[in-house]
Design a protein around this ligand. Structure first.
Ligand code: MV4
Length: 498
């Protein structure tokens, strides 16, 4: 096992990794930007080293600076968390050159899965289902036209270097095809420096189901079951649950086998996630994320596997402690991402100082967070306040537990997405698990009305909290619950339809 791990990340995930390290009796080094000097994760670490900048390229994305700190502090491994350098092949390369172990997959796996055409070709070769369509980039628009006719409209143009929803366009008829190809090529070239695009059948309203995988250096690869991640907005997940409500033993067996095959095809040797789209009984490989993901705790809840601990252990050369037969599902877990955002104003970030804070707790509740009362949520990073995870015997009880935990959660000073999640828990379609990737769009009217109601109720509660715990503080009223400009526009649209 390692002596000392440097965590090349910030916020809740830095703390999550440090907790795993402590249970393994491993020392931790935090690195932090100027902006993060007072962040909670710096206090959790055995040592905290300043990056002396708040510019991303000179702080959390500065590979050389981070490697130098690892060398100087005597760290023998680096954990990149998610985002930032987690899928950057250069980090692993520089680690190798400096005798440091990267807690993550090898460079070739990151690169093969980072290129969508390469990974799709690989999946086709090994018999993992992919969406019908091109296996090569578009070179000639006339060939593309005939391919689109064969497949049938609608089709989608995707950039090979893209991912996570960036650089895609849906095409409903032939007239739009050439323009869509050209604009996607241009976008891909400017964003990724690679203008390669390809075409496939557009799957309408798919569910997004992903499989957690774990692999070691000795070819042992298992899946740690599925997560349902369909409820997202502009490719940002809002809530995840495990297992997927539509999963059957038989489907899990097949999709799990595909996930393992996908991981093995790139000699995977860490924790990773294989994403699929699911529609009408069919599933299709989408991409593989070669990192630990935000939503990994729901998998930990239902399987009891500490994914980060396993990830660290396999990186240090230990064998996986689980076989596939050891993985069993116990109950149901839900994670709500609580962000400093205004759900009634297009989810715009609402950074600022937390003036009062009450964290939920009790049976079946886990809070992964990097904030505290008095902390100022910076505007230069993502706006997550906490991941609230609940675990219960079944989906209905998990929803009830989440409602109970959300009702305990109080944040004073900044608007949050807590009202959104409360509204979601009450939504009939959500409760019936009647959901797909269009859920937010299709339920936005009902959700908005419910959120507005919750905001009014919460204001009362927040005022009570303030008069009890913050009697002498003058705090400007937040979350007024008055119908916003957007609401009025949407109401007008709704009326016009009728
Ligand atoms: C698709 C699709 C429909 N048909 N591909 C979005 C993220 C990127 N990795 C792939 N994405 C999609 N690819 C075909 N052929 C619909 C999406 C999609 C989506 C996929 C997963 C989760 C959420 C999504 C939201 C909108 C669109």
């Amino acid at each position: 096992m390692f002596d000392k791990v440097l965590i090349a990340n910030r916020g809740e995930i830095a703390i999550r990794v440090m907790r795993a390290c402590k249970e393994l009796d491993v020392n931790t080094v935090a690195i932090h930007s100027d902006e993060d000097e007072k962040a909670l994760f710096t206090k959790f670490a055995d040592e905290a080293v300043p990056l002396n900048s708040s510019i991303l390229a000179k702080s959390y994305l500065d590979v050389e600076k981070i490697i130098n700190i690892a060398v100087d502090t005597g760290a023998d491994a680096i954990h990149p968390g998610y985002g930032f350098l987690s899928e950057n092949p250069t980090l692993g390369e520089l680690c190798d050159e400096n005798g440091i172990t990267l807690i993550g997959p090898r460079k070739n796996a990151i690169e093969a899965m980072g290129d969508k055409i390469t990974s799709k070709q690989l999946m086709n070769k090994i018999g993992v289902p992919t969406v019908p369509g091109d296996k090569e980039g578009i070179e000639d628009v006339d060939v593309a036209k005939s391919r689109a006719r064969e497949i049938g409209y609608p089709v989608i143009i995707k950039s090979s270097a893209g991912g996570g929803g960036i650089g895609m366009r849906v095409v409903y008829e032939e007239d739009e095809l050439v323009r869509a190809i050209e604009s996607t090529q241009n976008l891909a070239k400017t964003t990724f420096g690679d203008g390669t695009v390809y075409l496939e059948k557009y799957i309408e309203k798919p569910r997004h189901i992903e499989f957690q995988v774990l692999a070691d250096n000795y070819g042992n690869t298992i899946h740690v079951c599925d997560r349902e991640c369909s409820i997202q907005r502009r490719h940002q997940k809002l809530i995840e649950e495990a297992p997927s409500p539509i999963m059957t033993e038989e489907l899990r067996e097949r999709m799990g086998e595909s996930a393992i095959k996908a991981a093995k095809s790139v000699d995977y040797n860490s924790a990773g996630t294989v994403e699929f789209m699911y529609s009408n009984g069919e599933y299709y490989f989408l991409e593989m994320n070669t990192r630990i993901q935000v939503e990994h705790p729901i998998t930990e809840a239902i399987t009891g596997v500490d994914l980060v601990k396993q990830q660290i252990k396999v990186a240090s050369g230990e064998k996986l402690e689980y076989t596939q037969d050891d993985i069993n599902i116990n109950g149901h877990a839900i994670e709500c991402r609580i962000n400093a955002e205004d759900p009634l104003n297009d989810f715009i970030p609402t950074p600022g100082k937390i003036l009062g804070y009450r964290s939920p707790g009790g049976i079946g509740v886990r809070m992964d967070s990097g904030v505290y009362n008095g902390y100022t949520i910076p505007s230069i990073y993502d706006s997550m306040i906490a991941k609230l995870i609940v675990h219960a015997r079944n989906r209905d009880e998990a929803i009830a537990r989440m409602q109970r935990a959300l009702n305990e959660f109080i944040v004073v000073g900044v608007k949050t997405t807590i009202p959104f999640h409360k509204a979601l828990m009450k939504n009939e379609n959500f409760r019936k698990a009647n959901l797909d990737t269009s859920f937010i769009e299709e339920n936005q009217m009902d959700l908005r009305t419910a959120i507005e109601q919750v905001v009014v109720e919460d204001e009362e509660k927040i005022n009570q909290y303030k008069s009890t715990f913050l009697p002498n503080k003058k705090i400007a009223a937040i979350s007024t619950g008055v119908a916003s400009y957007m609401t009025r526009i949407m109401e007008e649209q709704e009326k016009a339809k009728k």
